[in-house]
Design a protein around this ligand. Structure first.
Ligand SMILES: NC(=O)c1ccc[n+]([C@@H]2O[C@H](COP(=O)([O-])OP(=O)(O)OC[C@H]3O[C@@H](n4cnc5c(N)ncnc54)[C@H](O)[C@@H]3O)[C@@H](O)[C@H]2O)c1
Length: 441
């Protein structure tokens, strides 16, 4: 099949790589010329495991290429739209890029073509774009298909997750559904309209954000109780409860929730309620809890140092893992940005970090010193913060760590989730273990 993908960022490049690796002819369109030039040279900077290799292979084989022009779009069987929809100043989806894309498409699309939006939008947007830009066109099939894959595991998830589609009419739903079955052999779940499909995505991310917020609040509660309770033990046991057809499924607490999606999609839900005269309580509650986690964690570290008579100005902090998601180098809205800023604002002036998933040329906070091995990062550190659990960070041995860090250092487990045995070893070595909801012993 001939497929055009418009918007070749994180999501566009994952979909483009997988489809071209399956033998489809994929053309990527992006208004960022640099990104297209790099693509045509087989280069990809999206920090997703395996992606670089797949893109380079597809470009070499001639199945994947890029353009900034729409002129060949009319020859594609299917057009997938994956441009960004960031949070606007009104706490809604910024639709500027989507309007621009549909305006361009209106000059080139032909009868029989299928257009599918993958960018996250509130219900009503797909139909609005069609009415506004393609209204006069006949026989174009348009649908919405929410992108639900998780960074760090995106390629596998694209191949394995059921794909939702909902069209502007039944014929569009069928065409969109047939595409995924034919292109990837996916399990497709059709819903009755594009509006329903649009809301599925927001419902998914609202659920995730709230679920993590609940785990985070329970973790904070555990830290406050005088009982040495480990939140992970509570979650493991609580998740054994079957309710209806499914089991309770608490996600895990951590140093914070980041990324491009979970930090904005609940606000889309909140604003959608407001626009329809319903004030929803939960979206902002979840956001507020999750946004507070980097503050909560930074303050606990500062308090602990204070109890030991140490000033934050005098300590070296090492951050292992700075991106927002395990095994992805995406730093967009990473909680580690807020966390580091809080320490800096409190006077900490020695922060190093190590994160091999982040591109070497990426600009990171000025005051942080980036180093290229975990050993260099933790050398003589008084506080070691596990901010992400990338594979190379997870494999660090406590005995090796101990050799390099300061005596009595704090090991702050923001997302690494050391098990009980490892925590016992950390303590026996004279180090101070701190986790999120894991204050025991
Ligand atoms: N990143 C994720 O994990 C994820 C997961 C699910 C859904 N989504 C959704 O998918 C969409 C894309 O997210 P992303 O992370 O890939 O964003 P991104 O910023 O990485 O990529 C967007 C791309 O679109 C291009 N672009 C912007 N305006 C354009 C225009 N007018 N014409 C052509 N190209 C244009 C940009 O140059 C960029 O390359 C968003 O709506 C997001 O909410 C993202």
């Amino acid at each position: 099949m001939k497929i055009t993908i418009i918007g070749f960022g994180y999501i566009g490049s994952v979909i483009g790589a997988v489809l071209s690796n399956r033998g489809h002819k994929v053309t990527a369109i992006d208004n960022n010329k640099n990104c297209i030039d790099e693509l045509n040279n087989g280069v990809c900077h999206v920090p997703e495991p395996l992606l670089k290799e797949m893109i380079s292979e597809s470009v070499k084989s001639g199945l994947l290429s890029g353009s900034i022009s729409y002129k060949d779009v009319g020859t594609s069987d299917v057009i997938l739209v994956t441009v960004g929809t960031s949070l606007s100043d009104e706490n809604d989806a910024d639709l500027t890029a989507l309007h621009d894309v549909f305006k361009n498409l209106s000059n080139y699309v032909n009868e029989g073509q299928v257009i599918m939006i993958k960018s996250t939008v509130p219900p009503g947007v797909t139909r609005l774009l069609v009415n506004k830009h393609l209204g006069s066109k006949d026989n174009i099939f348009v649908g919405f298909s929410p992108e639900r894959l998780a960074e760090g595991d995106a390629i596998k998830e694209l191949k394995e997750l059921p794909i939702i589609v909902g069209g502007i009419n039944d014929a569009s739903t069928e065409k969109c559904s047939n595409f995924w079955v034919k292109a990837l052999g996916s399990e497709v779940i059709t819903v009755s309209s594009c509006e329903a499909a649009e809301l599925v995505k927001l419902a998914n991310n609202q659920w995730i954000d709230l679920n993590i917020a609940l785990a985070n609040e329970l973790a904070i509660l555990c830290d406050s109780l005088p009982y040495n309770i480990d939140i992970l033990e509570i979650i493991r046991a609580a998740n054994s409860l079957k309710k209806g057809q499914h089991f309770v499924n608490f996600l895990t607490p951590s140093i914070g929730v980041g990324g491009y999606c979970l930090t904005k999609d609940p606000w889309f839900v909140s604003t959608l309620g407001e626009k329809n005269h319903r004030s929803l309580q939960l979206p902002s509650a979840g956001r507020s809890v999750n946004d507070s986690m980097p503050h909560y964690c930074a303050n606990r570290i500062i308090n602990k140092l204070g109890l030991n008579g140490i000033k934050i100005e005098d300590v070296k902090v090492a951050i292992l893992g700075y991106s927002f998601k395990t095994n992805s180098g995406d730093t967009r809205f990473s909680p580690m940005i807020t966390f580091a800023k809080l320490l800096i604002d409190q006077g900490c002036n020695q922060i190093t970090f190590f994160d091999s998933t982040i591109g070497y040329n990426e600009q990171i906070q000025d005051q942080l010193l980036r180093v290229h091995s975990w050993q260099e990062c933790v050398k003589k550190a008084d506080v070691v913060v596990f901010g992400a659990a990338h594979d190379d960070i997870k494999s660090i041995k406590i005995d090796d760590l101990k050799e390099l860090i300061s005596k009595n250092a704090i090991v702050f487990d923001g997302r690494r989730f050391f098990n009980k045995k490892e925590i016992d070893i950390i303590k026996k070595l004279g180090l101070n273990y701190m986790g999120v909801g894991r204050t025991f012993g």
